[in-house]
Ligand binder design. Structure first.
Ligand code: SF4
Length: 207
């Protein structure tokens, strides 16, 4: 851990927090409080949260402050995202959220050790830094970003590792959506175990 002050999870580098509607994946359309943690070393070229990559830009924030803010909103669903949130131990944050009866969704690439306790895990594996440990086994949904043709193969490789109950989503990379969307449609028509996920927040002009 490069930042010893973050090593026990009582402080986390909070890039931003906001109340909005989940735009992607299974929980699309649900109001939720988003906790976006700074820090990611995966390096996706199309990442739409590049400003979060360097965790030293963000203040180590007491988890009590984060949870108190979450409690000020009406919805009881929390999305923990990043950056890569599993860069930090999330046990303490999850324990505190759960003490307050909040429902916790995790968005992760799975490229760092698992920690915490979640009601829903969205695993979005990246070729540049693949998932480690047994995170595939814990995934509630597998969401694979389709930027080019061979990402369908990557999706199938990851599908082999998740449980039968795991929901399967293909999501076009935003800047390639015009080219990839028709291919995704045809793929899902011939592989109906997959569903399409769209970044609907971008159409709604919300964060
Ligand atoms: S894993 Fe997520 S946050 Fe990290 S670079 Fe890729 S898209 Fe961005």
């Amino acid at each position: 851990m490069k930042f010893p002050e973050l090593s026990d999870g009582a402080l986390l580098p909070l890039a931003e927090s906001f109340y909005t509607i989940q735009g992607e994946g299974f929980n699309t359309g649900k109001a939720a409080f988003f906790i976006r943690l700074g820090g990611c070393d995966v390096g996706c070229s199309w990442c739409d949260a590049k400003e979060t990559w360097n965790p030293s830009l963000y203040p180590p924030t007491p988890i009590e402050n984060i949870v108190n803010e979450a409690l000020s909103f009406k919805a009881k669903s929390i999305v923990i995202t990043g950056g890569e949130p599993l860069s930090y131990p999330l046990d303490k944050l999850c324990t505190l959220l759960k003490k307050n009866d909040l429902e916790i969704f995790l968005e992760t690439s799975g490229s760092h050790p698992y920690s915490g306790r979640f009601d829903w895990i969205c695993l979005s594996p990246k070729k540049k830094k693949p998932p480690i440990g047994n995170i595939h086994q814990m995934a509630s949904e597998l969401k694979v970003i389709i930027e080019q043709e061979d990402d369908f193969l990557w999706a199938e490789e990851n599908k082999k590792l998740v449980p039968a109950s795991c929901l399967l989503f293909l999501q076009p990379e935003w800047s390639k959506r015009d080219v990839m969307m028709p291919k995704i449609v045809e793929y899902i028509k011939s592989h109906p175990e997959w569903r399409v996920s769209l970044q609907t927040h971008k159409y709604m002009n919300i964060p």
